[in-house]
Design a protein around this ligand. Structure first.
Ligand code: NDP
Length: 328
């Protein structure tokens, strides 16, 4: 069983030598256990936080253990009544080819109408993140304008499409013309601002003629500042991520006084603390994907050995849509 361990903690940017590839023999399967061949590994920005031992909402990933992560795969051996060989499952086996479990945290998934990989993206944790932040924190009404950053990504792409389905004007912020074109033409947002084009505030102003009622923030920094400056009174901000600061860079707010002047509500959240909404959110998201009403895109690295490089790319915005590693 090939595995990738956390070998050391990054000082600033993650480097390949923070990881170590090892091969460990698989132990015989015990009573009540199930063995899964992982087909896909999900790479997510939160993993950067776990690599560090700074104080956070979650415990750090221990050194010399398999890197944490969500996986989707197929049962290949089972001594567990609830799982049969051939079942497709989503779990949290981390960066390794095989996972062994007593069934805790393992969920059967149906890949007839929803592809297996989507259970790590639009119909998995990133999709629920979008659903939760939009529906419970922003709670938009038809006709309102919603801005989302990292708009072409796993979370952002779902936020904008759900906002459109709710009758809102959806405006994305993304890096580069290709991502922006995709956000408008394929995902169906009303507009997308390319923050790399150098005219962020003016471009966002043109894209939001009626101001902004809801901000779904994934990045922090200049995009957040520009969006706050466009917010209407009593607007709401779902603070989902601040990836611009994950390597330790400060991401200050340029004008916090806007929160007071515009009487804004800003709420941070961690999706795994709201497990009560997951069944409903996953049902809705799965239905939308199966009906072709929710589009998503994936960037897929091939082979476990390429996971570190793909993860480093994700933290630099090289991914275009949900970043996965295909193991088989
Ligand atoms: P994405 O698929 O959106 O990938 C990350 C994207 O962030 C990049 O592709 C890049 O897109 C964008 N980005 C913008 N600025 C930077 C920067 N300075 N450095 C690196 N990337 C940048 O990832 P996810 O959809 O998985 O996650 C989006 C956000 O949601 C993250 O902040 C993540 O931590 C957060 N999150 C929070 C959760 C919660 O419970 N609160 C749960 C899940 C995710 P571009 O090229 O357009 O800039």
């Amino acid at each position: 069983n090939r595995q990738i361990l956390l070998a050391s903690r990054p000082q600033a940017a993650v480097t390949p030598d923070n990881f170590k590839l090892v091969e460990t023999p698989l132990a015989p399967l015990g009573q009540g256990q199930v063995r899964v061949r992982n087909h896909y590994l999900s790479l997510d920005p939160y993993m950067r936080g776990r690599m560090s031992d700074a104080k956070s909402y979650a415990e750090p990933q221990p050194l010399d253990e398999v890197m944490i992560g969500a996986t989707a795969g197929e049962v290949v051996e089972s001594n567990h009544a609830a799982f049969a060989v051939g079942d497709k499952v989503a779990g949290m086996f981390g960066w390794q080819e095989y996972g062994t479990s007593d069934g805790a945290g393992l969920h059967k998934v149906d890949d007839t109408h929803v592809p297996l990989s989507a259970y790590l993206g639009a119909v998995g944790m990133p999709g629920v993140t979008a659903w939760y932040g939009l529906n419970t924190i922003i709670a938009p009404r038809a006709g309102q304008t919603i801005v989302v950053s990292a708009a072409s990504g796993a979370v952002g792409s779902v936020v904008g499409q759900l906002a459109k389905l709710a009758g809102c004007r959806a405006v994305g912020i993304a890096g580069g013309p290709d991502k922006c074109r995709y956000v408008v033409e394929t995902l169906g947002f009303d507009a997308c601002v390319d923050y790399k084009a150098g005219n962020l505030y003016e471009d966002l102003k043109s894209a939001t003629p009626g101001g902004v009622d809801g901000c779904f923030e994934n990045v922090g920094g200049e995009g957040l500042d520009a969006t706050l400056a466009r917010m209407n009174a009593f607007g709401r901000i779902a603070l989902c991520g601040m990836i611009a600061g994950y390597d330790g860079q400060p991401v200050p707010l340029a004008q916090p006084s806007i929160i007071l002047r515009s009487r804004l509500l800003m709420q941070g959240f961690i999706v795994t603390e709201h497990m009560d909404v997951w069944p409903q959110a996953l049902r809705e998201l799965g239905g939308l994907v199966a009906q072709g009403k929710l589009q998503y895109r994936e960037t897929i690295a091939q082979g476990l050995e390429n996971a570190p490089e793909a993860f480093i790319g994700l933290l630099k915005g090289k991914n275009f849509g949900k970043q996965l590693v295909k193991l088989i």
